[in-house]
Design a binder for this molecule. Structure first.
Ligand SMILES: N[C@@H](CCC[C@H](N)C(=O)O)C(=O)O
Length: 289
């Protein structure tokens, strides 16, 4: 009898994830296995993978176990590891609720970017305390074809370059990571957001995600965009003393981002589980090569 491994599929504003519940951290998920599971033709398909592990059972999360029972071991679709995934945290929380590990209201989730406070609302929205942005100094230029733009460095636990453009179509097909200069600016790669204005405190973005390509949403990216836009608009909450809220349209929906005067950022958006099933463990090892 072969071993069956349970999985679910979920998305947050169409940033989609394969979810692998593994409370005791017993499933070996090397990068090749993650990439095989996230493959949209030969696998299940997803922009990334949420490995659901008890914090106490994961060496990277043990220290957070007293604060947060569950650790989001997030992987990009190409198998690489990222520090944080904003849409992923909301979907992770929705999974915990569905599995009976959490109820409506507040919970804490351990991530590589620290413990995140999450609120599962009655109306189906999920709010995440995303922590504070860091704005590393340094001019960066992002290019697509003949066009180039200055980009703002914003770190949400993971790196982002935010470029304001006249038209989202100028970002091109985003099959490849957009080149930036200086080439040494992001030694570990970067997520690149292209942004246009839609109205007062309302923007829209397209994103090329490190390790995934163009996706239909990026939660940390939406936070980075809200922070960069507030600085551009003279609405930095630390200066004005009032929270700034931006509506951020992404190709897969809408996220609402609020930055408080102390720098803490809250992200609100949907999170849904769309399917569940199981796969054969030997299929995984064969695919993973
Ligand atoms: N989709 C995510 C971000 C996932 C990580 C990113 N690709 C990286 O490598 O930093 C989000 O919703 O934040």
């Amino acid at each position: 009898m072969s071993t069956r491994i349970a999985f679910l599929k979920g998305h947050g504003t169409e940033n989609d994830f394969v979810i692998v519940p593994d409370p005791e951290n017993a499933i070996d998920l090397p990068p090749s296995a993650v990439a095989a599971l996230c493959d949209r033709r030969a696998g299940i398909g997803g922009d990334g993978l949420l490995h659901v592990v008890r914090s106490a059972a994961h060496p990277e999360a043990k220290d957070m176990a007293a604060e947060a029972e569950w650790f989001m071991d997030y992987r990009n679709g190409d198998g690489s590891i990222a520090e944080m995934c904003g849409n992923g945290v909301r979907v992770f929380a929705r999974y915990l609720q569905r599995a009976g590990h959490a109820t409506e209201g507040d919970l804490a989730i351990a991530t590589r970017g620290g413990v995140k406070r999450v609120h599962l609302a009655k109306n189906g929205d999920v709010t995440v305390g995303m922590g504070k942005a860091r704005l590393p100094e340094g001019d960066v230029t992002v290019s697509v074809g003949e066009r180039s733009w200055p980009a703002r460095n914003v770190n949400m636990g993971n790196p982002h370059a935010v470029a304001f453009v006249a038209d989202l179509a100028h970002a091109g097909n985003l099959y490849e990571p957009p080149p930036f200069s200086p080439a040494s600016a992001y030694p570990d790669g970067v997520n690149v957001e292209f942004v246009v204005d839609r109205g007062p405190r309302h923007v829209a973005l397209r994103v090329h995600e490190r390790g995934a390509g163009e996706t239909r949403s990026c939660g940390t990216g939406a936070c980075a965009v809200a922070v960069a836009t507030a600085r551009r608009d003279g609405a930095d909450p630390a200066v004005t003393g009032t929270p700034s809220t931006y509506t951020v349209d992404v190709p897969g929906g809408t996220l609402v981002i609020t930055e408080l005067p102390d720098g803490e950022i809250e992200m609100t958006g949907p999170a849904v589980i769309v399917a569940e099933g199981e796969f054969d463990a030997t299929w995984l090892t064969t695919l993973a090569g």
